[in-house]
Write a protein that binds this ligand. Structure first.
Ligand code: F6R
Length: 616
């Protein structure tokens, strides 16, 4: 949440800063702003509510000449998304400016303290106090050293932060600090760079430094980057990360939107993840970093995640319980963190599932589990993310950068990763022999082509979209593993089309929600060929009898369903019914996208959302 960038070097800062904001905009888009240390020795800034494009327009007519600067794209937490609350924030002198991602929990006390001491605060944000605390330190104990001033200010903060600061009296310097919120810095051709994640840096370097909590970095215009620890001592070997993808992976590459691109990338992502995972000894999952004996001893698995990743955990639970016969508990991270009845044994494995690897609730849950002595295994997409760095083992799903706020390719790749974990556990516990593991692995390897087929049938989703265009609400129904597909389909639809959608296990309809139905009410039923097919067909009959307009996701050739419903989204037969969710959901992703477009919504940047949820 919130994206920050910083630059100092030989080029005009505003060029890199705006480009950086464009690539980070998926982290928040309530407002944007930029501040440059001008050649005239003063700060020059532009900031406004709205998107980076609006900021860029304003920058064209502003005097932003200077080779050092910082910029921010905001997801509002404290204070409405107004011009005034946009970052960067300045101190009283107007010579220090900061951008911040995170939450300053003690900002009320700090505001009162600063106001009592004569500071004038111009915004309602928690972040602004940082600029004034740096100002106090700059004038006082730091004696004009920006690193010391930032360190001094950070000591008074409680909460989470990634900060970049500039000072008109320290030209050619950007100082960054991290505690809890992600921040990377790099020395590269043309200068020194900072950003919330590697996306804006991929075009200038393939090697970045990942700041650790408590560290502060000084970026200098000759490209030098120096990292200091909490006590101000230089860190000889800061943590580094090699960016293994091309900058073009985060561009549209001919697609009209990132959602379309990322839906299309799903088959390749799964192929990458599965490649070379089966050997003579079975499933290769060294990322777990656990011995055969430790794996065999696991007696409980906790799966913790948020949002779409939580839906992955529901599928993972079925796969692990069915294949490996281990008891699994799934929990929303935000709920888990305040539960009192968490039961762990010495052999409990905690698995966190997080595309970004930066979701604050999930990270807090993982820390809590580690605190209770649990091993934590992360399934994530982002290389070097906090989840990866703080876990005992990490499986990267390698889906490539996911830019669209609504997760698609990470969802299917994470489900496949969960299947690999389930197989590895089944094998280690002696629940499957090699032949069985091989059969399941082959079934997984069939998925990319099945998904290709569904993507090739996107015209079916396009045809179904008008049924939802004027609706006020929609219902998604499924049974067994596909009740989760229904949850995910409803989430996709509501988040990008702003159409209320609710998901229910199909058999539960008659216990209440069926009262919602009236003629024309759209219902999406997931009804593949599986053991609960006939039961689900009965539920479809019940909703149609109440006048609902039913769209079904059904298996090729299912005339019984086709003759009942208004519209069918066909899927090819899937070799294992437990894997159907990985194929069927692709129709629901496509459907949500077509409905959102028909309703004139921005599918990549839905309102009120951000890609990386770094606040609890
Ligand atoms: C929905 C979506 C979110 C995320 C959730 C967790 O399309 O993307 O629900 O799944 O915010 O994010 P990660 O997986 O990064 O922890």
């Amino acid at each position: 949440m919130c994206g920050i960038v910083g630059y100092t070097g030989r080029d005009q800062a505003v060029t890199y800063l705006l480009e950086g904001l464009r690539t980070l905009e998926y982290r928040g888009y309530d407002s944007a702003g930029v501040e440059v240390v001008g050649a005239d020795g003063a700060l020059h800034g532009v900031k406004c509510a709205g998107r980076v494009a609006a900021l860029a327009e304003r920058c064209e007519t502003a005097n932003l000449v200077g080779t050092t600067g910082i910029a921010h794209t905001r997801w509002a937490t404290h204070g409405a998304p107004t011009d005034r609350n946009s970052h960067p924030h300045r101190d009283c002198s107007g010579r220090i400016a900061i951008v911040h991602n995170g939450i300053i929990e003690n900002f009320r006390e700090l505001r009162s303290y600063l106001q009592r001491n004569g500071h004038e605060l111009a915004s309602e944000t928690d972040s602004e106090v940082i600029a004034h605390l740096i100002e106090e330190a700059w004038r006082g104990p730091a004696k004009g050293d920006l690193v010391a001033a930032v360190r001094n200010a950070c000591r008074r903060l409680e909460g989470s932060w990634a900060i970049a600061a500039v000072c008109a009296d320290a030209p050619g310097e950007v100082v960054c600090a991290r505690n809890g919120s992600p921040l990377v810095v790099a020395s590269a051709e043309g200068g020194a760079y900072a950003a919330s994640d590697v996306t804006p840096l991929a075009s200038v370097t393939s090697h970045v430094i990942q700041l650790e909590n408590g560290q502060i970095a000084r970026l200098e215009s000759n490209g030098r980057v120096t990292v200091y620890d909490e006590d101000g001592a230089p860190v000889a070997h800061p943590a580094t990360l090699d960016i293994d993808w091309d900058a073009s992976a985060a561009t549209l590459g001919g697609y009209s939107d990132f959602m379309a691109k990322e839906i299309a990338e799903q088959p390749e992502a799964i192929e990458r993840l599965l490649g070379g995972r089966l050997g003579e000894k079975g499933i290769y999952l060294d990322e777990l970093s656990m011995s055969q004996a430790d794996l065999a001893a696991i007696d409980r698995v906790y799966l913790i995640a948020c949002g779409t990743s939580y839906h992955v955990s529901l599928i993972a639970r079925t796969l692990i319980q069915t294949w490996a016969k281990v008891q699994v508990v799934c929990d929303y991270a935000s709920e888990f963190n305040y539960e009192q009845d968490v039961m762990v044994t010495p052999n409990t494995l905690c698995v966190i599932i997080t595309q970004s690897g930066e979701t604050a609730d999930t990270l807090t849950a993982a820390r809590r589990m580690r605190g209770m002595g649990c091993r934590v295994f992360a399934i994530t997409n982002v290389l070097g993310s906090t989840a990866a760095r703080e876990s005992d083992g990490t499986l990267y799903v390698q889906a490539g950068p996911e830019v669209c706020v609504a997760s698609t390719k990470a969802y299917t790749a994470q489900m496949v990763a969960a299947a690999l974990l389930a197989l590895r556990l089944a094998e280690a516990r002696g629940e499957m022999d090699h032949a069985e593991v091989e059969r399941h692995y082959r079934d997984l390897c069939a998925l990319p082509n099945l998904i290709r087929e569904v993507i090739g049938r996107s015209w079916q989703d396009k045809q179904a979209a008008p049924l939802f265009r004027r609706a006020h609400s929609a219902l998604f129904l499924g049974r067994g593993v596909n009740s989760t597909t229904a949850y995910e389909g409803a989430l996709k639809l509501k988040e990008i089309s702003y159409l209320h959608a609710e998901a229910y296990p199909a058999g539960e309809m008659k216990h209440g929600p069926i009262a919602l139905l009236e003629p024309g009410f759209p219902v999406v039923a997931i009804v593949p060929e599986d053991r609960v097919h006939d039961k689900t067909v009965s539920n479809i009959q019940e909703v149609i009898a109440r006048g609902a307009v039913c769209v079904a996701v059904a298996t090729d050739g299912d005339e019984a369903v086709a003759s009942l419903v208004e519209h069918v989204l066909w899927i090819p037969p899937v070799p294992d019914e437990l894997l159907v969710p990985i194929v069927a959901v692709v129709h629901l992703q496509l459907l949500a996208r077509y409905v959102a477009r028909a309703r004139g919504c921005d599918v990549d940047k839905p309102r009120n959302l951000a890609k990386s949820v770094t606040v609890e």
